[in-house]
Every structure is written in C-alpha cells, then in structure tokens.
Design a protein around this ligand. Structure first.
Ligand code: 6GU
Length: 238
C-alpha cells in the first residue's frame, strides 16, 4: 500500500461509497491504497454522550466538541502527524495541492457535520484546512470523497499508462481539447478532418490550439497562469 486515507466522520457508512467502484475501487482492491473510516461517535464517551453541543454566544446550528474530536485525533494520528479539516474556510484544493497530498504517505481527514468544529481543537492540533470550492456542502464527507478520488488517480499503477508528458491535459494547465469517436458523421455533424488524417504532428498541434482556445475563452485565470508558465520555461531555456 502506497497511500492511506483515514477519515474521521459521524457517517462511516458513507465510505468507501463511490470510492469502492470503478478506478478507485479496483485500486483499493489491488491494495494500491487503503481507506479507514473511523466513527467519531466512538470517542464521545458513553452510549448517549454527544459529539456536538450548542454554540457559546448563541446562534443556529451545533458545534462539534473539542474533547471528542481531540480523542478521535489522538487515536488515529501518529506522533507529529497532522489532520486535515474539510471546510469552505480552507485553502482551495487544486491540482498542485492534489499532487502534494499524493506525495504524502497518508492523510487524515476530519469531516465536520453540523455547522462547525470547536476552534480550540483545530488550533491545539494545528489542523490544516482544505476546501473543495466556493460553495457550501452539508458536511465534509463528499469533500473527502472528492479529495481522495483526485489523489488516487495519481498513484502509481492506478491509471495504467501515465499520459506521456501530459502535454495536452490539465497537468499542462489547459482545459481538455474536444474528443470524438465513431461514427465519423453523426446527425449531419462531421468529425474534424485533421483527426482522420493520420498526421500525428498536425493532430497534436490542432489539439493544443483547441485546448488553448477553450482555456482562453472560458478560464482567463488559468490562461494567465499558463502564459506565465510558458514565459518562465522559455526564460529557463535561454
Ligand atoms: Cl471541504 N466542506 C463543506 N462542508 N463544504 C464545502 C467544502 C468542504 N468545500 C466546499 N464546500
């Protein structure tokens, strides 16, 4: 096993969920990664003891108790290890962060339910915070599944042949070029000529142009970063 995810949650039944199927599921069965879902309730002390309580200062929702979360983290973290709390307040996940997480031997993901986790345990345990984007989920579990899926597809042996130098993919900082399969004409729509030409250099150039055009039109933010990267690598060559 090259990589492990430990997930702290009050809904351990949500795991592996979709991660048990398809690419991630096959890799899980093959032992290329490992998953444990740990029920936070185990650490609540007593059958009816609760994981959450009302917020000091009033207001809606509930807050996860620091003592319960601390006991759960104490049980799963090796000395010196840190946990990741999934929250819209966190650093927004991108492919660079996914690569970094894939390079670690393990991640411990804390999923909050209710509104929040008591701030003191986040500080005392120096918990990292990661968000999967600017919208609000009802809990961290779907975010944990997204993060794990993004990491697992990068693990050695999971995707089959790695995509060359990833020239035409998101790894290069571009959106995907358009794809086509049979039939060559469908509902009066033809596949672009160049793709039927067998001219691999022209095909590569066409795909790159398409990827650049789509990125420029749809994601000016990615396009600006891509142009910067191109200029940087030209500078290094010189
Ligand atoms: Cl990581 N958690 C929750 N609850 N909502 C989110 C999120 C995480 N990322 C975006 N929205």
């Amino acid at each position: 096993t090259r990589w492990r995810a430990s997930v702290l949650t009050i809904f351990p039944e949500m795991f592996p969920g979709p991660l048990g199927l398809s690419l991630a599921g096959k890799a899980l069965e093959a032992g290329l990664w490992a998953l444990d879902a740990v029920d936070i309730r185990q650490f609540a002390g007593g059958r009816h003891a609760s994981v959450d309580d009302t917020p000091f200062g009033g207001g809606p929702g509930m807050v996860m108790r620091p003592d319960v979360i601390d006991a759960a983290l104490e049980a799963v973290l090796a000395p010196g290890e840190r946990a990741i709390y999934l929250t819209p307040r966190g650093r927004v996940l991108d492919q660079a962060l996914v690569r970094e997480l894939a390079g670690r031997p393990k991640v411990t993901l804390l999923c909050g339910r209710y509104e929040a986790v008591d701030q003191r345990v986040l500080e005392a345990r120096e918990v990292e915070e990661i968000s999967i984007g600017d919208y609000v989920l009802s809990g961290g579990e779907p975010a944990a599944i997204v993060l794990i899926d993004a990491v697992v597809r990068l693990l050695p042996g999971v995707m089959g042949a790695p995509e060359g130098l990833d020239e035409e993919s998101f790894e290069a900082g571009l959106l995907e070029y358009p794809h086509y399969t049979r039939p060559a004409e469908w509902q009066g729509r033809a596949v672009p000529e160049v793709l039927l030409s067998g001219h691999h250099e022209n095909i590569r150039r066409w795909r790159r142009q398409q990827a650049e055009e789509i990125t420029r039109a749809r994601r000016p933010d990615l396009w600006a970063r891509y142009l910067e990267r191109q200029t940087d690598s030209k500078k290094k060559e010189a």
